[in-house]
Design a binder for this molecule. Structure first.
Ligand SMILES: Nc1ncnc2c1ncn2[C@@H]1O[C@H](COP(=O)(O)OP(=O)(O)OP(=O)(O)O)[C@@H](O)[C@H]1O
Length: 597
């Protein structure tokens, strides 16, 4: 532990002797304030305690002497209920900025909106952010514009109040907060971290070649068995890094494919126009001999840790934790139907056809989120067939129906079953007639010359589209609230980095006591105040809410005062967050200075 030196000229308001500082320490109440009339409730200890009168508030020097102010033995401020907590002490005196030391008792209500105050035009409001407003006048004008249309003066944003953005389901009281209320939910954080890890994963001693501008290939196939049923060629899937931009992409390799017509591969560029949340975006296609054969490569967006519908519903345990059951719930299937219908709409509007909707080529990229994963492949591979677009688009509805039927009946051979009637009948056991009718509609070809359109499908399932839209709005709200919480993290991280470079610095420009002297000493005590407090039993206070609140107030430079006790408990400095902020910035600037020669 570092030695403690008393500062030579600390920038403080007052100094008193004090026994213990803990998180419940009350703010001092100047003797001139009216004493609350609570005689019946006052404890004997509090009644006997000498009223604290701050001395030399404006002197700015430390005089650790006053024996008369030493509290009686056994004095425990934590037991005194009558003291007002430090946060937003409405009776806290406001020190004049001229440093005269005289006190004026302007009641400050931080929740009083200026526009609401009746007496506003005549009574000057105490502005706790006076420093910030000065700064904003110079460099924040673009962000905090004052509209002359409103008569009431605007107040700067109260950063440290840390407003939680709703909607909130739980009706919790203000104090009912846990550490996780301040941070991202564990499940979401874990999911994002796992995805980042998967994205950055590399294969040591990989024998896989570099392809065109793609390097660091990692195989994504979990089985070594390859069937050619879907595309007519065995296919392999890799994750790769682009040399051009450093992003990861998914490469699908069709083994043994020989390109005979250049126009076949050019058809892929039409797929770049399709921008839909239900389709894995197609980026490029090229041929290569890097694998020792003639292979066709499709480049698509990479969705880390995604699974195919087969892996998700037809294997024992899915990535999202639920045991794959024999019957997939109907709401899940409606959700799939809505998402695929939206994808089909986007593809058909781009004058293309999906063509491949095999369950092994539809990706589950997140909980309840699916994407068509192998678009454009059959356009190239079956280019020579030159089938009319209208015919392919009509066929999409049948592929769609077979996909849903396959998941609903837990049967992977639907695509090769000639007679689907028994499987359709099976739907009646577990699903509504509306669901069954929708599947039948998809599977039944239109009587020529009539054609089916995706608009017709969407109006038929409109109520389910609205349900899916509503749950999407809820999911969006939830993520937005999470985002709002995380917004604060960047500021706190910067502040912690600054404090980390200053606190306990072993040496600066030959001065081994640099971090312990002058205003840096206050920063050391501030760190103790934020992170090293103990409760009445001497146990560490691990209240993250306290830490987050302190750092936010420091970042905002609040005028709220706190008392910082020296480690030997002989001195206490009463300082505002605003002063500590100036000290952090001063020490940080000093560290940034060029080296003295
Ligand atoms: N765009 C993508 N982003 C991330 N992972 C993907 C992407 N496309 C496919 N994958 C993953 O690659 C793996 C292999 O995909 P593939 O299409 O080969 O499925 P498969 O079940 O092996 O089918 P088949 O037997 O027809 O090859 C799957 O786990 C799938 O989740």
């Amino acid at each position: 532990m570092a030695r403690h030196q008393e500062p030579k000229t600390p920038n403080t308001n007052s100094t008193i002797r004090k026994k213990t500082l803990n998180v419940d320490s009350p703010s001092f109440m100047p003797a001139t304030l009216p004493v609350p009339n609570k005689t019946s409730a006052i404890s004997s200890q509090a009644a006997n305690a000498a009223p604290f009168t701050p001395r030399g508030l404006s002197s700015g020097t430390v005089t650790p002497n006053p024996q008369s102010e030493h509290p009686p033995a056994g004095f425990n401020p934590a037991q005194i209920r009558e003291f007002t907590p430090q946060n937003y002490d409405v009776s806290e005196p406001v020190l004049p900025t001229d440093g005269s030391g005289s006190e004026s008792h302007v009641a400050y209500d931080p929740f009083q909106m200026p526009g609401v105050a009746q007496t506003l035009p005549t009574t000057p409001q105490y502005n706790p952010y006076i420093d910030e407003s000065a700064n904003m006048a110079s460099n924040g004008a673009a962000y905090f514009q004052t509209s002359s249309a409103f008569a009431a003066p605007t107040q700067p944003l109260q950063y440290h109040l840390y407003a939680p953005i709703g909607p909130h389901r739980e009706d919790l009281l203000a104090y009912q907060k846990h550490a996780h209320d301040f941070f991202m939910p564990e499940a979401l954080r874990e999911d994002l971290q796992k995805k980042a890890e998967a994205t950055l994963q590399v294969m040591p001693n990989s024998q896989l070649p570099n392809l065109d501008t793609y390097h660091t290939l990692v195989a994504l196939d979990t089985s070594h068995r390859k069937s050619a049923t879907v595309f007519g060629y065995p296919s392999w899937v890799y994750k790769a890094t682009s040399m051009k931009n450093g992003y990861m992409y998914c490469l699908r390799r069709l083994e043994g494919y020989r390109l005979t017509n250049e126009r076949a591969i050019r058809s892929v560029k039409d797929w770049r126009r399709v921008n839909c949340g239900g389709v894995v975006s197609v980026v490029d296609a090229f041929t290569t001999r890097a694998f020792g054969d003639s292979s066709l490569i499709f480049v698509t967006n990479y969705h880390p840790l995604s699974k195919t519908l087969v892996e998700h519903h037809f294997t024992n345990t899915s990535r999202f934790g639920n045991r794959a059951s024999q019957t997939v719930p109907e709401p899940v299937l409606w959700n799939y139907i809505v998402q695929i219908a939206s994808a089909v709409k986007a593809v058909h509007s781009a004058n293309l056809a999906v063509r491949c909707m095999d369950p092994s080529k539809v990706m589950v990229t997140d909980k309840g989120r699916i994407r068509l994963g192998a678009c454009s492949v059959l356009d190239v591979v079956q280019f020579e067939a030159q089938r009319p677009l209208a015919e392919l688009q009509q066929e999409d509805f049948i592929h769609f129906g077979k996909l849903i039927l396959s998941i609903a009946t837990n049967n992977l051979s639907v695509t090769t079953t000639p007679n689907l009637a028994p499987l359709v009948e099976q739907l009646a056991r577990n699903y509504s007639s509306e669901f069954r009718d929708t599947v039948v509609w998809l599977l039944t070809p239109a009587q020529a010359p009539a054609t089916k359109g995706v608009g017709e499908l969407l109006s038929g399932i409109a109520t389910h589209v609205v349900d899916a839209f509503d749950s999407s709005l809820h999911a969006n709200d939830t993520l937005y609230s999470e985002l709002a919480r995380e917004v604060e993290n960047g500021r706190l991280a910067r502040l912690l980095m600054k404090l980390g470079t200053i606190n306990e610095r072993p040496e600066y420009e030959g001065d081994v006591n640099w971090s312990e002297t002058s205003e840096r000493y206050i920063l050391k005590l501030f760190r103790d105040y934020v992170f090293h407090q103990v409760n009445a039993e001497g146990r560490p206070v691990l209240d993250m809410g306290h830490m987050v609140a302190c750092l936010n107030k420091l970042d905002a430079g609040s005028q709220e005062k706190i008392s910082l006790a020296s480690r030997d408990e002989q001195s206490v400095f009463v300082v505002t967050y605003s002063e500590i902020k100036k000290q952090v910035n001063a020490a940080w600037s000093e560290l940034q200075k060029p080296t003295r020669r």
